[in-house]
Design a protein around this ligand. Sequence first.
Ligand code: HEC
Length: 253
Amino acid sequence: MGRFMGSLPRKARSASQSAHRPLTLSTKTPLCFAFFEAFVVPCFAMRCPIHSFTPVLLTALMLTACKPASETRATAPPLPPEVQAAALERGKAIAGQAFALLSTNLARAIGEGGVTNALAYCSERAYPLTALVADTNQVRLQRLTHRPRNPSNEVRSAELGILREFQLELGRGGQPGPVVRAGADSTVVFYSPIVLTSPLCLQCHGAVGTDIQPATAALLATLYPQDQATGFKLGDLRGLWRIEMPARRGTEP
Ligand code: HEC
């Protein structure tokens, strides 16, 4: 699948990526999160005097509306510990391979022609490189984010909760670790945080004008007119690895 998808044009890739089936959560879950973030959180945060009771009412409404989703989650069979452990181990190894491959190629492209050259290179090659790792390991591998550069990497709302958990943990000064969830059709899904730890990343994802040079910013504007992936600082969560694989126990094939 990976090699095949790697040769698809960007639009087709995005369509095939979004063909992903949601996991065990009902479609109400994302709506509930969106609702909570859009109405309840701002009212609380601003201590809004007009709507002082609104958050309470909205929360009660939201809890009612969300009930079917949490019921769906509660009835999802728990993963056997050995399946969970095998997926964690495999996921970490595959994410490590993909990260190493991307980093090596990025460093080489910068060495050969500077950041703008690397930017063009990443734009062309980031997807085929991750697809190659996916293909080799027979898994579905994605880098997803709340602030996408490439719109086909935008995290789906059903999985935004996992990203937010990573973010909260980072905000508490902790180090979020990978998690595994049950997937559809006897699959498991591994998620691990992508945190910006290298100043190198800021040359294309940091502050425009300071970390990002004008020539890079100009090329970004041309290649990604809807780019949301700038303004990050070291230690920020950039996104997550999502790896969907068949559920296995230990080393069974
Ligand atoms: C030379 C510029 C450049 C550098 C340096 C760079 N990136 Fe990126 N990054 C890109 C481009 C271009 C894309 C979009 C690739 C695509 O279209 O698939 C991207 C996409 C991503 C994505 C996928 C999500 C999205 O927004 O599309 C992640 C995650 C990411 N980069 C993390 C990093 C990390 C971590 C580092 C440092 C190790 C880094 N990047 C360094 C240019 C760069």
